[in-house]
Each structure stands twice: as structure tokens, then as C-alpha cells.
Ligand binder design. Structure first.
Ligand SMILES: [Zn+2]
Length: 391
């Protein structure tokens, strides 16, 4: 059976992932991506009235204009923007322009809880347009002026999107999934805008080629620097003591705190220990039931600390949050993860500063790299933009 077979869905031609049924080849790589596809009916030009609660900073505006210009010139853009820079708002300009022209607009994200959150934000920003959310278990309505979807659902939209915006391109499960990357390419018939605070070297290289551009934004929307992590090296017992001491101080000051830990088991065991000494805390992980309710209660001030795995690494904004990474030297933390975690702090106007503490037995190259990268971004003054593009 040496006939070469290329999967029409995901482009796979690796024989390892090709099965045979009654002598006919089929693709095993994308077999879980089967279901109704969206109807590719033309849209009409729409009236777009953008409703923003506050205006873009001059830096955001410049990047937003750059994205629009690139799109008009047929160039794909990577927006490389620090955590808390207001990446999402940067995409509103091009989204509005494409919706007004009646083009097919999609906004893809790897994780479903972020899809739901973004759905509400875009609904508020584009009150006169039809915004739909598409994710596992929520796929009845697939067509609208703006379609917010998980990267998983892209298989429903072959050669569909004139504009496809994608955030968190370096996040699981999109990161490292060849099939999702293939589905992303397949769903695009126009141009894309990729966004990340921590794009991989590979992606940056890809976007420095012809027909692509990188726009860098190093300032947060409020213009204040990103808090630089402080490293605290301590042996085991001292580490626990140091954690309790800091949590107690934050509690007295009324500052909420996230404690990041490398594993689900560690989240549970550390919580059992800390809760012996400090009341009003909880823990979350991907395995924890009622995670959303616990996070919501935390936001409302019911808890003073929350022990968490990587589930809160991205996309979460809590006013005046402090962050401790307990075991920052764990090998699960690469520099991108540490940058994202540090990026939780100081995001809100009126609370632009805060602590990021790396508690560890030793300093790792990832910790050093994360700190260096944050300092590098902070060295850019507001108003300085970097732009590389090739037509
Ligand atoms: Zn396939």
C-alpha cells in the first residue's frame, strides 16, 4: 500500500497516521475533527459602531493602524505585545473594517473559557453586530459577523475566513499540535493576525519572511512598567515559612495573592499545609470541580489567597493581585510560562505595581531568561514602536 495519500482535512501524509478501511486510506491524525461544517454564505456589508469604554493608548493606536495597513496590503501580522498591553483591543480596528465590508471574520483561541470571556467582551464592543461563540458542546450557531471559536472548531470552517485573528498562539493545546496548525491554515482564505506576549523563535522567524510582518508593543496600556520578578532562593523549610509570612502580609494589606505550583498534587498538598495557618484560601487546577465558581469567589474577595496550577497562567486579570511562584525552578516552567505568570501583576489602572516572587531552591536559565525579557520590554519608553515588515 504505497499509494501516497494526503489528508484533505489536515494535509497529513505521514503513513504512521494513515489507516485503511476496506482498502481505502483514511487519516487517523484528525479523526476527532469531524462534524458539521459552517455554511459558507456571503455576508452583507454591516453598520459597525464600536463601543469602547476607554480610548486606545497612542501605542495601541499605532499598532492597530499598522495591522489595518498590513491587512489592506495583503500581509499577515504577528502582534508581539507584552502581557497587559491590551492586545485584544488592538484587533478591534481591523475586525470592524472587515465586518463593515461583509467579510468573514473569526477570532480563534486555544482555550474555551477564554472564548466565552472574549465573546462577552466583543459583544459589548460591537453592539450592533452578531457575535457568536463556537466551542465543544456549543456549536449549533456557527455563522455570524464575528465568530469567536476554539482552535479545535476551526475544522468546521474550510477556506472560510477572510480575517482570522488568533490570540495565545503559543498556548496549549495549539502549541505543539500539528493538526491544529494545519486546520488553522486550511480555514484561512484571507489574512491572519496572530497575537502573543511570548511568541516562540520559530513563529518569529516565520513572520520575518515575505508577506509577513511583526509589530512589537512593549508598553502596557497604562504606560507603567511590568513588575520585575524577585528571586528568593531558600531551602525547603524556609521556603514554606517564607510563603506563610508573605501570604500573611498580603492578607493584612488586603492584597489578594496567587500562589502558582507546578502540579495538581502540589496544589492540593500545599493548600492543606497553608490552610492550617491561614484561613480564607482555596486551590484550583484543571482537575478541580467548580473551578469557575472558586475563581469568581476569589475575585469577589471571599479568599485572600488562591493556590493554582498553570490554569491561571493566562487571560486572568484581578485587581492588585500579587504572585508567588512556589518552586519556580521546576522544569515545567519555561521562560514563556514565567513571563505569562508575571504578567498577571499590575494590569489595572490604579494598581499598576505589585510583587512577583520566584521561590526556588536554585536559579534556573528559564528564570533568568524571563527576568531578562521583562527588563528588556521595560527599557522601551512609551511611544517607541518596533516594526519589521516585508512586502
Ligand atoms: Zn487528517
Amino acid at each position: 500500500m504505497s499509494v501516497s495519500f494526503v489528508c484533505p482535512t489536515c494535509g497529513n501524509q505521514d503513513p504512521q497516521y494513515i489507516g485503511y478501511l476496506k482498502g481505502k486510506p483514511y487519516c487517523r491524525r484528525c479523526i476527532s475533527f469531524r462534524g458539521d461544517e459552517a455554511e459558507d454564505s456571503p455576508l452583507r456589508p454591516k453598520n459597525v459602531i464600536l463601543d469602547l469604554k476607554y480610548s486606545l493608548s497612542p501605542e495601541q493606536k499605532a499598532i492597530s493602524d499598522g495591522v489595518i495597513e498590513n491587512y489592506r496590503n495583503g500581509i499577515d501580522t504577528l502582534v508581539y505585545a507584552v502581557c497587559g498591553s491590551g492586545k485584544t483591543e488592538i484587533s478591534y480596528g481591523i475586525i470592524g473594517e472587515c465586518v463593515a465590508k461583509g467579510l468573514h471574520v473569526g477570532f480563534a483561541l486555544p482555550r474555551r473559557d477564554v472564548v466565552v470571556e472574549l465573546y462577552w467582551r466583543l459583544k459589548a464592543a460591537f453592539p450592533h453586530n452578531k457575535v457568536v461563540a463556537v466551542y465543544g458542546g456549543h456549536t449549533e450557531e456557527k455563522v455570524g459577523d464575528i465568530i469567536i471559536l476554539t482552535t479545535h472548531q476551526l475544522y468546521r470552517y474550510p477556506k472560510y475566513f477572510d480575517l482570522l485573528v488568533m490570540d495565545e498562539i503559543d498556548a496549549f493545546p495549539f502549541k505543539g499540535s500539528d493538526v491544529l496548525v494545519s486546520l488553522f491554515r486550511r480555514s484561512l482564505r484571507g489574512h491572519c493576525v496572530m497575537m502573543s506576549a511570548t511568541p516562540s523563535a520559530k513563529i518569529r522567524k516565520e513572520f520575518s519572511q515575505k508577506g509577513h510582518a511583526i509589530l512589537e508593543l512593549h508598553t502596557r496600556f497604562h504606560g507603567k512598567p511590568i513588575p520585575v520578578p524577585k528571586v528568593s532562593i531558600a531551602p525547603l523549610f524556609i521556603k514554606y515559612f517564607s510563603l506563610l509570612k508573605r501570604l500573611n502580609e498580603y492578607r493584612k494589606k488586603g492584597k489578594p495573592c496567587f500562589v502558582f505550583v507546578p502540579t495538581v498534587a502540589k496544589a492540593r498538598s500545599l493548600f492543606h499545609f497553608v490552610s492550617l495557618f491561614l484561613m480564607r484560601g482555596n486551590f484550583v487546577s484543571s482537575k478541580r470541580a467548580k473551578r469557575a465558581e472558586i475563581i469568581e469567589a476569589f475575585r469577589k474577595g471571599k479568599y485572600s489567597y488562591l493556590i493554582t496550577t498553570a490554569v491561571l497562567e493566562r487571560g486572568v486579570t484581578v485587581k492588585d493581585i500579587q504572585v508567588i511562584v512556589f518552586g519556580a525552578d521546576s522544569k515545567i516552567y519555561d521562560s514563556a510560562a514565567l513571563i505569562q505568570i508575571s504578567g498577571r501583576v499590575g494590569r489595572k489602572v490604579g494598581a499598576t505595581d505589585g510583587d512577583v516572587i520566584f521561590l526556588a531552591d536554585k536559579k534556573t536559565p528559564s528564570m533568568e531568561k524571563a527576568i531578562k525579557s521583562i527588563k528588556r520590554s521595560n527599557a522601551f519608553l512609551p511611544g517607541v514602536l518596533r516594526k519589521h515588515s516585508r512586502k
